[in-house]
Design a protein around this ligand. Structure first.
Ligand code: CIR
Length: 253
């Protein structure tokens, strides 16, 4: 059974980092209600849920994905490009140590988990605002000896690589072509988001379903037409903090 690590929304969420968006008030009650539905959906789709302790003084702590890259053999704690987020790492490491040997990236480079898209032994890593070349080199030094191919991908205006694309399974990459180039992904079939829904490329495949934001109905139609079963969840409140669905969990097998 997969385990999904999650963390509840911090009281200080309105002080979150923003890169491409203007500040818009986040309703904490609604953010927590939507987060609870997300956790319930993960449970419904077969995940065992493990909660990291809440960190109210860390505004972005709900976005646990950015703090660690976990493969079956190892957990690599990151050095987030956003300095304000570095205080999130310790509690994640303490918990993950019960499941994997844990290593930590040094502070000469930066890397956030939202930039890491792993498809089996291929680890695609976005290089842009939050992750730099040195961070990628360090991740590679941990993963290549384990047989992983670490591939650097330059992406445009998206905050993270997984804002621009995620893997739906069966060889299909959901992507926004404005932000990422399908040629960077060997042999994958592109499925483009609807042009009016540029943020609709962040989905999570679990079991035989695709967890997907309920707001993006046009892209949902495209995913369903391609033959995938979609499990919609509300995600509009944390989207104001530039968070998508993958950001709010670390899922391990
Ligand atoms: C940040 O800018 O760090 C947060 N406000 C949003 C992080 C979203 N994480 C992700 O896409 N993996």
């Amino acid at each position: 059974m997969p385990i999904a690590f999650v963390r509840n929304v911090s009281e200080s969420i309105n002080q979150c980092e923003l890169t491409h968006m203007e500040h818009e008030a986040i309703d904490l009650t609604n953010a927590r209600a939507q987060h609870a539905k997300y956790v319930e959906a993960l449970r419904h789709l077969g995940c065992e849920i493990h909660e990291f302790p809440r960190l109210d003084h860390q505004p972005d702590a709900v976005f646990v994905e950015d703090t660690a890259v976990v493969v079956p053999e190892l957990a690599v704690l990151t050095n987030p490009g956003a300095e304000s987020r570095r205080g999130e790492i310790e509690s994640v490491g303490e918990t993950l140590a019960a499941y994997r040997p844990v290593v930590r990236l040094g502070d000469s480079g930066t890397l956030e988990g939202g930039d890491v898209l792993r498809i089996d032994k291929k680890v695609h890593v976005g290089c842009a605002t939050r992750t730099d070349e040195q961070g990628i080199l360090e991740l590679r030094s941990h993963l290549e000896p384990l047989g992983y191919d670490v591939i650097m991908i330059r992406h445009g205006e998206a905050l993270h690589l997984k804002t621009a694309c995620t893997y739906l399974g069966e060889g299909v990459l959901l992507l926004n072509r404005e932000w990422v180039d399908i040629e960077d992904f060997d042999d994958l079939e592109p499925l483009e988001c609807h042009p009016e829904e540029p943020f609709a490329c962040n989905a999570i495949r679990i079991g035989d379903s695709v967890l997907f934001p309920e707001e993006f109905v046009r892209t949902r139609e495209r995913i369903e037409s391609r033959g995938f079963k979609v499990h919609p969840v509300p995600a509009s409140e944390l989207a104001k903090a530039e968070g998508g669905l993958t950001c709010s969990s670390i899922i391990i097998d």
